[in-house]
Design a protein. Structure first.
Length: 232
């Protein structure tokens, strides 16, 4: 996870903790970093204007002084639960962690009556999803896609061959219930599909991608569509 993403997630976690707060040890374990790194992140948030409080000693920790900077949001209970269900059912979707954080932020500022009805409806929806791709792998792939940098992956194919490849990410694709990274494979010198579940490691390089675009993938199926935000 990039530091900017961790700072955002850290802010969200402190906000959700309310008056209880979180200890530096607990936060460090949650993000897989050292306590020293968490304290540097907390200082960075505070220097950027985030109102962080701290309590020393047993039972102490860190939290946010303010409730929320989001204005009231008008959603029906069904709309709120639809967002929760969509993200919960798709843990492998690109940027799923950030989407979940955004939806929690929305739900937190619903009016109490809508929130209560949404909670009741959410109890009636169960999800039994597969374990998501490891966060370190997802974060690397997401960063490489967003910044258009070559990503180095360790990949095991369906026939059991394991290779290390440099890939220029072009698109994420969802097909028949599975997520893929589609990109220009520098090992094979062609466009290849990589099932996310078979990527064992991923690290972002500093090498910029070349001019491979969505059109290089070919003509999509008639049932396929992008998630581009529509305009009225």
């Amino acid at each position: 996870m990039k530091r900017t993403e961790r700072l955002h997630a850290l802010s969200e976690m402190l906000r959700r903790s309310g008056s209880r707060g979180c200890t530096a040890d607990w936060l460090a374990n949650e993000f897989g970093v050292s306590v020293r790194t968490i304290k540097r992140d907390l200082d960075a948030l505070e220097n950027s204007g985030t109102p962080i409080w701290s309590r020393p000693g047993p039972g102490g920790g860190y939290g946010l002084a303010g409730r929320s900077n989001l204005p009231p949001i008008t959603l029906t209970p069904a709309q709120a639960v639809a967002l929760l269900a969509a993200v919960t059912a798709a843990p492998d979707a690109p940027y799923a962690d950030l989407a979940a954080a955004g939806i929690r932020k929305i739900v937190d500022v619903l009016d109490p009556r809508t929130r209560m009805k949404a909670d009741e409806l959410a109890r009636r929806i169960w999800v039994n999803a597969d374990s998501p791709v490891a966060r370190a792998i997802s974060s690397a792939l997401e960063q490489a896609m967003a910044e258009q940098l070559v990503v180095r992956i360790r990949y095991t194919s369906a026939n059991g061959n394991t290779t290390t490849r440099d890939v220029e990410p072009v698109i994420f694709a969802f097909r028949e219930g599975r997520w893929y990274l589609i990109g220009w494979c520098r090992l094979r010198n062609e466009i290849r599909w990589f099932l996310l579940k078979r990527i064992e490691r991923a690290s972002v390089t500093k090498i910029p991608c070349e001019n491979h675009d969505v059109e290089d993938i070919g003509i999509p199926p008639v049932t396929a569509r992008s998630v581009q935000i529509g305009h009225d």
